[in-house]
Design a protein around this ligand. Sequence first.
Ligand SMILES: Cc1ncc(COP(=O)(O)O)c(C=O)c1O
Length: 420
Amino acid sequence: MKEAERLNITKSRELFEEATGLVPGGVLGARKPTDFIEGEYPIFLETGKGCRLTDVDGNEFIDFLCGYGPIILGYREEEVDEAVYKQIREKGFCFTLTQKYQNLLAKRLTELVPSSELSIFLKTGSDATTASLRIARAHTDKLKVMRCGYHGWHDWCVEMKGGIPSKLYEDVFEFHYNNLDQLRELMAIHGAETAAIVMTPFGHPNHEKMQIPAPGFLEGVKEIAHRYGAVLIYDEIRTCFRLSMGGAQKLYGVTPDLTVLGKALANGYPISVVTGKKDVMTAAANKLFISSTFFPNSDAFIAALKTLEILERENVLGNIWDKGERFMKKIQAVIDKHDVGAELTGVAPMFYITFRKDETGSYKSKRTDFYTQLIRKRFFFSPFHHAYISFRHTEDDLDLTLNAIDESLAFIKEKYEKRL
Ligand SMILES: Cc1ncc(COP(=O)(O)O)c(C=O)c1O
């Protein structure tokens, strides 16, 4: 199998060079070239439409990152964008007081998300996970937190601890997804002082294989939380309005006390939510100050209401599950055919191709080779993050992608067999 030709990313590199003198590190966080494969992936994008992205050098890609999760319909989804433009033109969106859309969206959430009774609206996922902890601590008058999953960049949970006094995270303890024994042991020590257990109800740890809940895991966590009087918080920033309209909690039938959601809610417009049971959420009104200049801006509320309308009207998640399951079956067949240590995990709306860890570490170079071939063939996946499917991926797009996955695995097979 011939190696695909390297992309021309000259303009991306020039912009990045310029950016390093303007922005520390050039670009922030998960958009850094080191979070992909340096020298192979573009660094700056120009446009997007549907499931396609075009970079500043004019390379067009079929994209599977979906803006890191918010794009559930597609890029530049006209109906959503038009609703927002109309709001801006005819009414305005940034005012001294709140507009009525807050109430409309809160009502919609109570209809859709099992744990939703009262909601507060914020901008980012990190805003919301942090606010949910503050609410849980205020409600319980306790301090400690058990956590499982990625919850954003704030002091209590970020992996890189630079610039954070240890007292801001020393009361936070991490447990692994599907490891009930580990949580039991932690709670046996800290349970009496624990305000909250915060977790992703579906397992999507950074850089690792994805995990569905083992039988009894979610029920077990809930039982432990309530036995100790802790608030159970589901971080559904990625999973709500993607796994189901009621989130992973609806899909798996376990309802938490609080839910944090965002990303897919507004197809790219910035909005996040803490929603949950009345008795817990009332702490937000009585004991806390949660406020920010932009929280009430109605552009994102309008986008959210329109996105939810389309998700329901078009049965978007049904469409994503159907085509995604067919796609995953075909990927698995291709993986079995080549047998180079690739592994497929996750569920149809969010899945990940990783490589089986081995002692020699060849899984790392296989990963690099595989994702290098894919980006060169103009399929935008991340080596270090799972993929998403959007409404606008067509069967033809997925067939083209399958073919590229097939060829990339064939390339690896040839390359690594030659080495043996
Ligand atoms: C599960 C989860 N929680 C929280 C966050 C933080 O959200 P944000 O990046 O909007 O602050 C993310 C972001 O990827 C996430 O995936």
